[in-house]
Design a protein around this ligand. Structure first.
Ligand code: I3P
Length: 442
């Protein structure tokens, strides 16, 4: 990442450092404001149709890989941080350092190599300090309804999502980083602090997308660590089924690519993750080094999943107490459609509710200044439904959603070429909608 750009991101972050809130500031709580919709732009729809021709339809078997088991330690005391607190305690400097660091920090997952290109704007600051810990549990059976001839999900995670308060932790570990989440008061959760995500939430409070993102309640300090407090999207759901779809045709920032060229960091952990999925994927040189760069891994992940073919990919699914993240090679339209079919149990009411909600989200996106002015990378749509037919979709994860330079906007459809910052979000969104529409017609 060029130094100037890095600096400008950091400066932007600091200049927008608002009172680190509160839960009572500008629309922090008590949200649920009304949203008035507009018609979907014909041009965009047309472009989406054009681009959707890119989708291929090859079938890829689901491969076996190890997936993590989630355990959560006790829920300590926390309190909300106010601007006054920080000034009184001379904490502004410390927090600013923390904000600056968090966007550039390296993580605890790679070993033995110099810090360099990765984790720019990573949404976790130090994975090693996790409260939610992940442990490999290996094969533990098949995954209920997904266990048919097409979907041999050979690994399974039992999501131990019970806190010391016997309260269910939400959607957090389907695709989240190790150690990123902590339980909070009833109806809310804590996510490890990211300056970038905080800025997004602040902006979103005044945006057309507001009704479709988790309510944001401010920054809190829990045992000396900072977290973003937000609504627990699963609160109020009994035995919800949850799916996390990572949106867009690109899952890494342009900055990560640039930095990887300037100062490549070889990561053994990513090499091993690659090998787990496809032992033939590493090049001879990578095999020799037993390590790969993060952009190389991310691009490979995009190519074996449906990120490249459809502009989104399924990251994980939770059914009852079982979670599966074994979708790394779910790539073709047919395979993705089958996963959705199984996820909703063929229930047309749920499919139609999802479609309606997605159409509302899309209309909001077409109106959204936030969406127009941000490169949206690594953000997910979270699908939640229960057996009673209640179904919701939420736009989550803004750790790698970054503001564009002044005057630049994205249409989120154009194919990405380095420098144009396009993310393919709406192209993927339309493909997802088409898949659900095809299920509704079955
Ligand atoms: C991870 C996934 C995450 C990424 C993480 C990858 O791969 O792509 O999005 O974190 O990078 O390891 P996988 O899904 O195969 O487990 P970011 O989005 O924050 O970059 P990391 O290992 O550097 O955390």
């Amino acid at each position: 990442m060029p130094k100037e750009r890095r600096r400008s991101l950091r400066e932007a972050a600091l200049s927008r450092l608002s009172p680190i809130c509160d839960g009572s500031g500008r629309g922090g709580v008590g949200r649920e404001r009304n949203f008035s919709s507009t018609e979907i732009c014909d041009d965009q729809t047309h472009m989406a149709e054009q681009y959707s021709g890119r989708a291929s339809s090859d079938a890829n078997p689901v491969r076996e890989c190890q997936v993590p088991q989630v355990t959560i330690t006790s829920d300590g005391d926390s309190r909300e941080i106010t601007h006054d607190d920080l000034e009184e305690e001379g904490e502004i400097g410390r927090l600013r350092r923390k904000l600056s660091n968090s966007s550039l920090s390296s993580n605890g997952s790679s070993t033995g190599f110099e810090e360099s290109e990765d984790d720019i704007l990573s949404d976790n600051e130090t994975k090693s300090k996790g409260i939610v810990t992940l442990e490999h549990c290996g094969d533990s059976g098949a995954f209920g309804e997904f266990n048919n001839t097409r979907w041999k999900l050979k690994t399974l995670v039992h999501c131990h999502l019970l806190t010391s308060h016997s309260r269910r932790l939400p959607w957090v570990q389907l695709a989240g980083h190790e150690g990123n989440f902590k339980a909070a008061d009833e109806g809310s959760i804590l996510k490890k602090f990211s300056e970038n995500e905080k800025m997004c939430f602040e902006w979103l409070k005044e945006d057309a997308l507001y009704s479709f993102v988790p309510s944001y309640y401010g920054v809190v300090d829990r045992d000396g660590e900072l977290f973003l407090k937000m609504k627990d999207l699963l609160a109020g759901f009994e035995s919800p089924n949850v799916m996390d779809c990572k949106m867009g045709t690109r899952t890494y920032l342009e900055e990560e690519l640039v930095l990887a060229r300037v100062k490549p960091k070889m990561r053994e952990d990513l090499y091993k993750k690659m090998l787990d999925v496809d032992s033939t994927a590493p090049t001879p040189e990578e095999k020799h080094k037993r390590a790969i760069t993060k952009p190389r891994y991310m691009q490979w992940r995009e190519s074996v999943s449906s990120t490249n073919t459809l502009g989104f990919r399924i990251e994980g699914i939770k059914r009852g107490d079982n979670c599966s993240t074994d979708f790394k090679r779910t790539r073709s339209k047919e395979d993705v459609t089958q996963v959705f079919r199984d996820f909703v149990h063929g229930n047309k009411n749920i499919i139609n509710s999802y479609i309606t909600r997605l159409e509302d989200i899309k209309q909001a996106m077409m109106k959204s200044e936030f969406f127009k002015k941000h490169e949206v990378v690594g953000s997910s749509l979270l699908f939640i439904h229960n057996h009673k037919g209640r179904a919701e979709v939420w736009v989550i994860d803004f750790g790698k959603t970054i503001p564009l330079p002044e005057g630049q906007t994205l249409d989120h459809y154009k194919p990405w070429a380095e420098g144009n910052r396009e993310d393919g979000y709406l192209w993927g969104f339309d493909n997802l909608l088409q898949i659900l529409a095809s299920l509704a017609r079955e």
